[in-house]
Design a binder for this molecule. Structure first.
Ligand code: AMZ
Length: 333
């Protein structure tokens, strides 16, 4: 191997097509002779990407530079669009108030397909009638959406028994979200999570830090963070942490409450409530290292204040984050 050829290379954004963004490569070896000499490179984080790069091209600094900056894990966040169902329609409530309804679409399947087409990796469904009454009300829409989509779908609202949860999972739902039951029968949630690892999510909806239930019509004396702690080690896939005061307001998420929730247990947290702009989503990245792995976005997508594809590009796993400094000095290969 040519001792002068650096062992590590970074492909820059201008070579995105080929490298899939800022990517770090390791030199595997060299091939060819004279003008045909080329380096064999392998992507460090994604070993399926292998390239043969002519040495003359490696000298082009607009595309490649030797060495790389730190390879700290990328802080990324899954953007999960929400469809709240009320009487078969897609709606949003203001602060969960059933008297403050905005109806956005009468075709939930078309809406769900639109989010999927824009790049969503997961869909969040809420049966608002179910959350209020404890009975499944929007199952037709829920089942039609689940059948139509290829991405995983999760549902909360009115899932109050093991039978109901398992019926939904059997219908193809990827995850069920339990709110009221989590506080009233925590043992049931633990049992379900044990039987269906990775498929049971606890929905913790809080008003001033205290857990609310039954469509948020009732508030308990239990602290949201205490409830989260109860499910430590139970196999619960995630906690959806909703701040009722900000939900549907576009006023920005309650970062302090989310931070407290993320620190309360080692269960991954999905932030819900208040996202109004892309900046709000970017702000959440600051607590991603604490275990906030996703964010549910509702009204902002319908209102158009957040563009789903843009948000996914900004904070999703493919986001471009390693800014490169210009290489200094000659590159000799
Ligand atoms: O907006 C509301 N009033 C509301 C809402 N979005 N009430 C409940 N929910 C959601 C919770 C959770 O995902 O965020 O319903 C689920 C909890 O339902 P249940 O039936 O288990 O408490």
């Amino acid at each position: 191997m040519n001792p002068k050829l650096p062992l590590r290379w970074t492909a820059q954004a201008s070579n995105r097509e080929r490298s899939g963004g800022y990517r770090h490569f390791q030199l595997l070896g060299e091939q060819g002779k004279g003008a045909e000499r080329a380096a064999r490179l392998e992507a460090v984080l994604d070993r399926t990407v292998r390239l043969l790069v002519p040495l003359r091209e490696l000298r082009d600094r607009s595309l490649w530079q030797p060495g790389w900056q730190s390879l700290s894990p990328t802080a990324a966040m899954q953007i999960i669009p929400a469809i709240d169902l009320l009487d078969g329609h897609c709606v949003r409530l203001h602060q969960g108030d059933y008297d403050q309804v905005t109806r956005f679409s009468d075709d939930p399947v078309a809406q769900a397909l639109a989010w999927q087409q824009q790049g969503a990796q997961r869909l969040h469904l809420v049966d608002l009638d179910g959350a209020r009454s404890g009975q499944p009300v929007n199952d037709r829409a829920v089942k039609a959406i689940t059948a139509a989509l290829s991405i995983p779908v999760q549902l909360g609202g009115g899932v109050r028994s093991a039978e109901r949860a398992e019926e939904l999972l059997a219908c193809g739902l990827d995850r069920v979200i339990l709110g009221t039951v989590a506080i009233e029968q925590p043992q049931l949630v633990r049992e379900l999570a044990g039987r269906h690892p990775g498929q049971v999510v606890v929905g913790i909806d809080a008003k001033d830090g205290l857990v609310a239930t039954r469509g948020w019509l009732e508030t308990s004396a239990v602290r949201a963070t205490d409830l989260a702690q109860q499910f430590e080690g139970s196999g619960v896939a995630a906690i959806v942490s909703t701040d009722i005061a900000t939900d549907g307001t576009l006023a920005g998420p309650n970062l302090a409450a989310l931070r407290a929730m993320a620190e309360a247990s080692s269960i991954p947290v999905i932030a819900s409530g208040g996202v109004g702009t892309l900046e709000d989503i970017l702000a959440l990245l600051s607590i991603a290292p604490l275990g906030v792995e996703g964010v549910i976005v509702g009204r902002a997508l319908y209102d158009g204040t957040v563009d789903l594809a843009e948000a996914i590009a900004a904070v999703g796993p493919e986001r471009l984050q390693d800014a490169l400094t210009s290489p200094k000095g000659p590159i000799t290969v």
